[in-house]
Design a protein around this ligand. Structure first.
Ligand SMILES: Cc1ncc(COP(=O)(O)O)c(C=O)c1O
Length: 331
């Protein structure tokens, strides 16, 4: 298999830590957290692992501008903005939503990092995203810039490499602490992290199954998206892995009211984990995924091994725009 270019941007390996107080309180398997929220400071979370490959390719192709897209509170856009600044690349962001009077959370950091931000209504963004990206890319070229377009969440056959490589790191972590987990749980949004982990653990820890907890869209959408990203990876890099043999498991029961907002039980889990373990979960991704994990354990599922692993994919800045809801004091 041909390996792609990579630049070191993440602080690796990230720690694998047990949540002893919470596990004891729950009385089930010992819960371990792979702390990918510690993969960097401002640019931390799962995206930096993917961007190590994607930005290396952009630079190799002579790009001077990174163009990407996401919600107003996109962690991926914030990570791209900060890493672009670090590497001396311009960053243009096409964002969905509307900005309030004061920029919050990730959007604030996009601006702080000097990214050019273009905000569109949810309706227009959903209907016209490819055309919007194309228009911005053309405008950049007319100005003499050399843009490289990164897809939503850096989830494609190149971005998949981030969590393929992370799977090897996880295999080493499991050996180092002497555990044989049968289940690994992760938030899934644009599918690339789940795709990398599903293929990567199949190669490096075949006894461990990956469960994506959807934060938007249904399980059927993730089946298609994860398979599409892996097919793209295979056609670009020539892996002989039998993709049809992979089990892609996505649980879509924990999305709550909609993408970006969590239900009261999930918010209660976020408070519980902060108060029991000092661990921060956000209401858009990791809070839903961790709540899903606790619900699955309470239902007696995923309890067939002594240890279970949760991949903390970051997203901490997404807490701040919803701080009152998280504290349970919003109207
Ligand atoms: C904090 C966080 N966790 C999980 C995810 C999901 O990752 P992916 O988009 O690769 O499915 C994202 C991005 O969408 C994220 O920002």
């Amino acid at each position: 298999m041909r390996a792609p270019r990579r630049i070191a941007l993440a602080r690796l390996p990230t720690p694998l830590q047990p949540l002893d107080r919470l596990s004891e309180e729950l009385g089930g398997p010992r819960i371990w957290v792979k702390r990918d929220d510690l993969s960097e400071s401002g640019a931390g979370g799962n995206k930096v692992r993917k961007l190590e490959f994607v930005i290396a390719e952009a630079i190799h192709r002579g790009a001077d501008t990174l163009l990407t897209c996401g919600g107003l509170q996109s962690n991926h856009c914030r990570a791209t903005a900060l890493l672009g600044a670090k590497l001396g690349l311009a960053v243009e962001l096409v964002l969905r939503g509307h900005s309030g009077a004061s920029p919050e959370g990730n959007h604030f950091l996009d601006l702080l990092a000097g990214a050019s931000v273009h905000i569109y209504s949810a309706r227009r963004y959903q209907a016209e995203l490819p055309a919007l990206l194309d228009t911005h890319a053309q405008a950049l070229r007319r100005r003499g810039a050399r843009p490289f377009t990164i897809p939503t969440g850096a989830s494609d056959g190149l971005g998949v490499w981030g969590y393929l490589e992370a799977s090897e790191e996880l295999a080493a972590d499991f050996r180092a602490v002497g555990i044989r987990p049968r289940h690994l749980v992760v938030a899934t949004g644009s599918g690339g992290t789940q795709a990398g982990l599903t293929a990567g653990l199949h190669l490096h820890v075949p006894s461990c199954e990956v469960h994506g907890i959807a934060v938007c869209d249904d399980a059927a959408w993730f089946q298609r998206k994860v398979r599409a990203d892996l097919a793209d990876w295979q056609s670009r890099f020539g892996s002989s892995l039998d993709l049809d043999a992979l089990r892609i498991d996505t649980l879509d029961a924990y999305i709550g009211p909609c993408y970006g907002h969590a239900d009261a039980d999930t918010l209660a889990t976020i408070r519980r984990v902060a108060r029991t373990e000092g661990l921060l979960l956000d209401p858009v991704y990791t809070g839903k995924a961790f709540h899903g994990l606790l619900q699955e354990l309470a239902a007696g599922r995923m309890c067939d091994a002594d240890d279970i692993v949760f991949v903390h994919t970051g997203g901490i800045f997404g807490m701040f725009p919803q701080r009152l809801e998280i504290l349970g004091v919003a109207n």
